[in-house]
Design a protein around this ligand. Structure first.
Ligand SMILES: O=C(O)CCC(=O)C(=O)O
Length: 302
């Protein structure tokens, strides 16, 4: 499989990039799927979710963003207006973003039966999701820095998987998630971050401090990504280094996605991400996410 365009990272084309391996043919077969995850550190599964449900979630989010003047109508095109009335209409930005992130169509698409089945097969157990949903609206020119999820969510069980879900078709140019090839076996890096908790020690960032290009060059590593279609997902464990490539969309459309986390139902859950009104980082709930700020506002490191 090839990528539809050369990924852009830090504003420049990145040649040290390749397509993720599509493991969807393994989906019903738990042992093979788990072996593939252990081998690669991630699973890219095409069509594992219901495309119609995912597109309904996309519409729901875009309509909410259009209501606050950030997305031009028709909202479906996901084109930013360059303006925002979010703060004026919703002074509690965390409450607003929570209501968008936990909208019924979003919840159904990203934490419904299809996603549950994938998580249960991968974890080989009865599973439950974190209540918190990391919804992202990424404008052109932006990307997420490289990080292990462990540092943000390590107070419960270690047996957590992250599922990254594009809300719509997200091509390489739109800036989807990207994983660092074989990073789950970078022992030195795993040891450096294991046990780090960004809330208990805010003096140390959770993401890799070096810029991604410099990091990849030093490690001689490639970034793996994909031309995602609505219904696809990418799953990884707490120690696979990932972030995103730049949103370099030629039309300037916003990239929408959601990340969710799943774990065995019987094991302890990180209290920051569970319950009817999850506390999140530093008690800021959904207000602690960069995407809770008006679209286009200066970015926060998460
Ligand atoms: O969507 C992104 O930009 C990054 C996703 C991510 O960091 C995650 O899934 O943990």
């Amino acid at each position: 499989m090839t990528l539809s365009s050369v990924p852009v990272l830090e504003g420049r084309p990145l040649t040290a990039a390749a397509a993720m391996t599509d493991s969807s043919a393994l989906l019903p077969d738990g042992p093979s799927l788990r072996a593939q995850l252990a081998e690669d550190g991630y699973l890219f599964l095409r069509g594992a979710l219901d495309r119609g449900e995912v597109l309904a979630a996309r519409r729901e989010v875009l309509e909410r963003m259009a209501e606050v003047g950030e997305i031009a109508t028709p909202a479906e095109a996901a084109l930013p207006t360059g303006r925002s009335r979010r703060s004026e209409l919703h002074p509690d930005l965390g409450a607003f973003w929570r209501s968008v992130s936990e909208g019924p169509a979003v919840r159904r698409a990203v934490q419904g039966e299809h996603a549950r089945r994938v998580a249960a097969v991968v974890l080989d157990d009865a599973v439950r999701p974190f209540d918190f949903i990391w919804l992202r609206a990424m404008i052109a020119g932006r990307a997420s820095p490289l990080h292990f999820d462990h540092v943000y969510m390590n107070r419960g069980t270690d047996r957590v998987v992250s599922i990254w879900i594009p809300l719509g078709d997200v091509t390489v140019a739109d800036g989807p998630v990207a994983v660092v090839e074989n990073s789950h076996s970078f022992g030195d890096l795993v040891s450096r971050y294991r046990g780090h908790d960004v809330d208990r020690d805010p003096s140390r960032p959770g993401h890799v401090a070096e810029l991604a290009r410099a990091f990849l060059e030093e490690r001689q590593a490639r970034l793996l990504t994909a031309d995602f279609r609505a219904g696809d997902l990418c799953l990884f464990g707490l120690f696979t280094l990932h972030g995103s490539i730049d949103n370099a969309s030629p039309s300037g459309r916003v990239r929408l996605s959601a990340d969710t986390r799943w774990q065995p139902a019987g094991e302890p859950m990180d209290e920051r991400w569970s319950g009817p009104d999850p506390k999140g980082h530093g008690g800021r709930g959904y207000g602690g996410l960069g995407s809770a700020r008006p679209l286009g506002a200066p970015q926060l490191r998460r």
